[in-house]
Write a protein of this length. Structure first.
Length: 245
């Protein structure tokens, strides 16, 4: 009887905290919509930004370009690094332990540090300037540990029987990895990429120092641009267009 009471109590607490979490989410979204929807107007979606319309269209386009360029750089590096660590490196190797430790360390560095590094290295030393390329390279370094770790865990979750069956049918290691293992691990890898997109879209500190805050649609990777999060930060900071932000 005592065990049943404890079990029921813990189940009830789980449901209560889940409901509270859901209610907080609904409150935040509802509050933003109630405060923001009255400020929506056609001018906010104008193709060109001015101080009068504070259009977010250039920021949306810049954000999409930033996401695409960052993923093009980071996803191949992260996925292939994880494939090497799981499929090719010897298990228990010191190199694997060092790489994993460095990836964990990189994932814990504050974004402002990445921004300062990108400003000194990409903007000043490589002379890319405040540009979409500098911002994307900085963000690619930021999301690389996340993609590596999620891909590595997804590859580890694939049963060894898949590999053994492929080898037994005469397939080589490369074919086994790309035709069998990656296919089975695809959902986990995709989840890591989606989490990376969320971090890119929500990043502000690193991009102010690397991509700049020019409210225009970049016509080349070396043009400056303002992402949506930076756009909201600047509008809210100025104090004149908080509702639009």
């Amino acid at each position: 009887m005592k065990r049943k009471i404890i079990d029921k109590s813990l189940s009830l607490l789980t449901w209560i905290f889940a409901a509270v979490t859901f209610a907080v989410l609904i409150f935040i979204v509802s509050y933003i919509l109630i405060k923001g929807v009255p400020h929506l107007s056609p001018s906010l979606f104008a193709l060109k930004y001015t101080t009068d319309n504070v259009s977010m269209t250039p920021a949306i386009v810049t954000t999409l370009l930033n996401v695409a360029l960052s993923l093009v750089i980071a996803v191949p590096l992260g996925v292939f690094s994880a494939i090497y660590l799981v499929e090719y490196a010897k298990r228990g190797s010191k190199l694997v332990k060092v790489v994993r430790m460095m990836a964990e360390t990189l994932s814990g560095i504050p974004s402002i540090i990445y921004g300062l590094f990108g400003s000194l290295f990409f903007v000043v030393w490589l002379k890319f300037g405040l540009s979409l390329l500098s911002g994307s390279l900085t963000l690619a370094i930021m999301i690389l540990p996340l993609i590596m770790r999620t891909t590595e865990e997804s590859l580890k979750a694939v049963p060894d029987s898949y590999r053994e069956g492929s080898f037994g049918l005469g397939a080589g290691r490369l074919r086994t990895v790309f035709r069998i293992v990656l296919h089975a691990a695809a959902p986990g890898i995709l989840a890591g990429i989606i989490l990376s997109i969320g971090r890119i879209v929500g990043e502000t500190a690193a991009l102010i120092y690397t991509a700049g805050s020019m409210a225009q649609i970049p016509h080349s990777p070396l043009d400056s641009g303002r992402t949506l999060s930076v756009h909201m930060y600047i509008l809210a900071g100025e104090g004149f267009n908080v509702g639009s932000a």
